[in-house]
Design a protein around this ligand. Sequence first.
Ligand code: ADP
Ligand code: ZN
Ligand code: ZN
Length: 727
Amino acid sequence: MTTLFPSRRIQILLPLPLQGVLDYLAPDDLALQEGDFVEVPLGSKRLQGVVWSMEPPPSDVPDERLKHIYGRFDLPALPDSLMKFIDWVAAYTLSPPGAVLKMAVSVPRAFEQAKSRTAYRLAVEDPEELTAARRKVYDAAVGDMPLSVRDWRDWAGVGEGVIRGMVKAGQMTAVEIRGEDSFPAPDTTLIAPSLSTEQATAGEHFRDLVRKDKFQASLLEGVTGAGKTEVYFEAVHEALLREDSQVLVLVPEIALTAQWLDRFKDRFGEEPVIWHSELTPVQRRRAWWGVIHGNARVVVGARSALFLPFRALKLIVVDEEHSPTYKQEDGVFYHGRDMAVVRAHQADCPVILASATPSLETLVNAESGKYDWLYLGERHGPAEMPDMHAIDMRKFPPASGEWLSDPLREALQQNLERGEQSLLYLNRRGYAPLTLCRTCGHRIQCPHCSAWLVEHKKTGRLQCHHCGHWMNKPRHCPECDSEDSLVACGPGVERVAEEVERLFPEARLAVMASDELNTPGEIRETVAAIVRHEVDIIVGTQIVTKGYHFPDLTLVGVVDSDLGLSGGDMRAAERTWQQLEQVAGRAGRAEKPGTVLFQTFMPEHPVIDALVSGDRDNFLEQEANAREQRGMPPFGKLAAVILSGADYNAVVTVARQLGRAAPRLTGVQVLGPAPAPLAYLRGRHRYRLLVKTEKQVNIQNVLRAWLDSIKISGGVRLQVDIDPVSF
Ligand code: ADP
Ligand code: ZN
Ligand code: ZN
């Protein structure tokens, strides 16, 4: 068969977890470049893909066997730096490039030809009489933002006919909008707050780096409350002075940045563009278009924002760089902080990693001089660092079923009398982590996971925090059928809140846990109520540690400082220290001095000692030494190979096979197989092998050769986690 049009061979990457690129033919006279979005046939489907190469290497497949592309989308090409990044991430994480591309283009209907299109906005004020469906449309409207018929359908959850009906009835009018909805540009002329000397020095350093317009990683370390945000805003400002520049700020959990957004708005007049997994399809597409067209100038987002199609990235900031939430542990396993450094390298722009409690990885890079290291040693303004004390729970044991020791109770009482705010921290959601039968000793477990069900009193349920499975709390023991024999063991935040209510019935109480406060709006409200001092005592989980600034908060009580220190994980101490230092950092951030009390059964533990004595250098040095001795990251490389499947025997068989085939190379060590930390999860048994290599070994090559040598069957899934966070 001959083709009618002269055509050439090109390579397309499809956003699918296939092994690599596919060859297609494109007509010679179609103007195409690498990065262009095209539509192609695959089997019986029409799929969208990206031109990955215009000059494919020769292949054995003759042209006659190839299919023609259908055409090109009228969208700017995927920027070169993002294409490089996608290839790099795929190679580093041992993932198919198409799976990585998918993260970059999984934007609903992003490819719609949309130079200009018709959209509709509400034309009349909320009428009294409306059908239920039209009422939904009114309720869903955000100001007078125009949306297409399909967007209204998705957004308001009504049929398209409802919108057409409203247009006919004159309740909506049509407007023409450009495909690339624009975002208001940040204002670079506003007056910045005056900086302390320390802040100004660091700020000027970053401005310099931005002006140099070259890759350089920096650690911005500063005690809690030092004002790191204002410092990296200096760099953001400098970047925005350049025409058409773009800036990416990564934050650990976007839902928690209400205060951050307000501060950004104070500094730059407009809110930045937001990117995270909870965006609606409409918001997602709008943001993605804004980025690829270049009018989204500053994006603040979760780790997935790294895969947005920035055209002119001039700066990346990773706030709270130590946060474990930067690690993605499904699909493509990657660490957002590390990939941010790679992304900046490929975009050839500076990257700032900010934290009060930097990760050992970053500290080692700062110490070796690879990263610039800027340090803020003082809190902003008159605020001092809080006083920290351990409460030895062996000396002050609370009564059974209670969790607050006498010294902590007294401190709470005094703080209430002074009219100041207190925070009780416990990193456990729900009421009780375990439900136990008093008669037979049965513990209620999740049927799908090796985890206990957690009682949530508010909903009356027992819930699995790993898979979402839940049941109503039974009256009879499921094992021995005794009536009313089930008892709650241990505390969660709800239970501590109950104790506070009992002790201080007059105090105004707020519980801050991710299941109580679901929507960003609700979080905003609670945070605002705390700032307005409408709350006396806050009981919260980890979400309160995320950079909040509550001026009247002067007492922090850590209910169980030892939580997280047990177990074999080598990173446990570092992580616990980071968490507790961060939560302690909420105390005394304004004029009034702060106090932090750590309830602990191990006051001599190095983590508690580092917190109380403030000698974190010594602690981190010990941690680093221990890792170095065992060749663990950041001194060696580590990867986890996780096998999972519904059939236990199949999983173990493959795990053993892999164990036997483990590479015997110098500088490479394979540990395991052993049951993974969660040995049973969502109905799948899990086994793990850890691969440890010396720094100079290419761990990806080792893994590839090894894993390719084994045939995996029996419904077993193999996942590779390079740089796992727990080990
Ligand atoms: P960090 O992130 O280092 O813990 P923040 O950036 O949250 O600290 O700053 C702590 C508080 O101090 C915030 O309320 C911030 O607005 C304020 N602040 C910091 N620097 C300045 C400054 N130069 N002028 C005015 N307020 C500042
Ligand atoms: Zn029982
Ligand atoms: Zn479960």
